[in-house]
Ligand binder design. Structure first.
Ligand SMILES: Cc1ncc(COP(=O)(O)O)c(C=O)c1O
Length: 361
């Protein structure tokens, strides 16, 4: 069986270093907001190219605290792609704001910059871009729109650790950027974790308070905050894996290249463009008979996934939010997309095997 993902295999290469690091944290007796978190924050900010980074409890928390930090009036509107993972939408809802959906570009699967302006009105305050599957959004026109209408930009980088657009890392474009270190991500922790990168010192200070009950001086609470601190243990282990992130990304890019070169053209493959450094968090193709293809691959001992089978606007959790609106491009993507095995734990031989089977479909 070729698995979709096996995190045991992914982390095996770093096992000795991870075990030693775990032991060091265990013996230190310090588990919340210590040197490991601040070291990881410094290293990650440097990796992304921002002034600072604040470690938090998860990607959803990173998004929610970023949106909260914008300090917008109730019912303000935030533009967000219609085909994103539900977490992006939930972050906006949890801040009592309105997510306004914009369709993606059918070729990149990211928010279509040409469709943003028609959704802007005087309640619009921010654009929350999502660099889906490990490809950056087209940031130049998005930044031009944000400048023209005085909108903030928040980036959802849950799937784009190390992805670049015009040689600049995702996570360094917006006013703030939210990362998830969910175990399957290119930089994956050993439980939940996330962070926010920013160049804005005020935002850094507010987020540091928000993650810690609204406090940065013990027992003194400036804001009605949360408990969403990155654990020392996760920070220490992530610090180890961050050193290998480029290697993880390169491996996935190599596997993606093999797919791109050898899969037959019946499958709609991800597009490649010189302005984009894609890190293939997810390598997905599209096919009109996606469900049959998935079944056929499983019969041939190849596991795949669908990211995502149900769009956010068809979830019970969001019922009534977008009433009459339709999202045909998102529908098309959700109905045809299939994610293929493409992880740090896969070998090139396994990918050639997947291709051989797929090309007979
Ligand atoms: C695009 C996107 N945003 C946000 C999240 C939420 O991250 P987490 O699971 O760490 O809360 C995810 C994670 O799965 C995601 O894929």
């Amino acid at each position: 069986m070729i698995e979709y993902e096996n995190l045991g295999k992914v982390n095996k290469k770093f096992r000795d270093e991870l075990l030693q690091t775990f032991e060091n944290v265990l013996d230190s007796g310090w588990f919340i907001l210590g040197k490991n978190v601040s070291d990881f924050e410094n290293n990650f900010a440097q990796y992304i190219g921002t002034k600072s980074c604040v470690g938090v409890g998860s990607g959803l928390d990173a998004l929610t605290l970023s949106v909260k930090t914008l300090n917008l009036k109730k019912d303000s509107e935030i533009i967000v792609p219609s085909n994103t993972y539900i977490a992006t939408i939930l972050a906006i809802i949890h801040c009592n704001l309105k997510p306004v959906l914009v369709e993606p570009d059918i070729n990149t699967y990211n928010i279509d910059p040409l469709k943003i302006e028609e959704k802007i009105n005087n309640k619009t305050k921010a654009i929350l871009v999502v660099h889906l599957y490990g490809k950056s959004c087209e940031m130049t026109p998005i930044q031009n729109i944000a400048d023209k209408y005085n909108l903030k930009i928040v980036e959802d980088c849950a799937q784009s650790h190390g992805a670049k657009y015009k040689n600049k890392a995702t996570g360094s474009f917006g006013d703030m950027a939210a990362f998830s270190f969910y175990p399957t991500k290119n930089l994956g922790a050993f439980g939940d974790a996330g962070c926010i990168t920013t160049n804005n010192d005020n935002y850094t200070q507010v987020i540091k308070q928000l993650r810690n009950y609204g406090s940065d001086i013990k027992y003194q609470n400036e804001l009605a905050g949360f408990n969403s601190r990155m654990d020392e243990i996760q920070a220490a282990l992530l610090k180890v894996k961050l050193k290998h992130l480029d290697e993880i990304n390169s491996h996935k890019r190599k596997l993606a290249e093999i797919y791109l070169e050898n899969l037959k053209d019946d499958f709609i493959k991800p597009i490649v463009d010189k302005d984009y450094y894609d890190i293939y968090h997810i390598f997905c193709i599209r096919h009109p008979k996606r469900n049959n293809l998935k079944e056929y691959l499983l019969k041939n001992e190849i596991k795949t996934e669908i990211h995502y089978p149900i769009p956010p606007y068809k979830q019970n959790a969001t019922k009534g939010l977008w009433k009459e609106e339709i999202f045909p491009i998102s529908d098309e993507i959700h109905n045809t997309v299939l994610s293929l095995p493409c992880s740090y734990g896969h070998t090139e031989d396994e990918i050639y095997k997947v291709i051989e089977v797929m090309n007979k479909f």
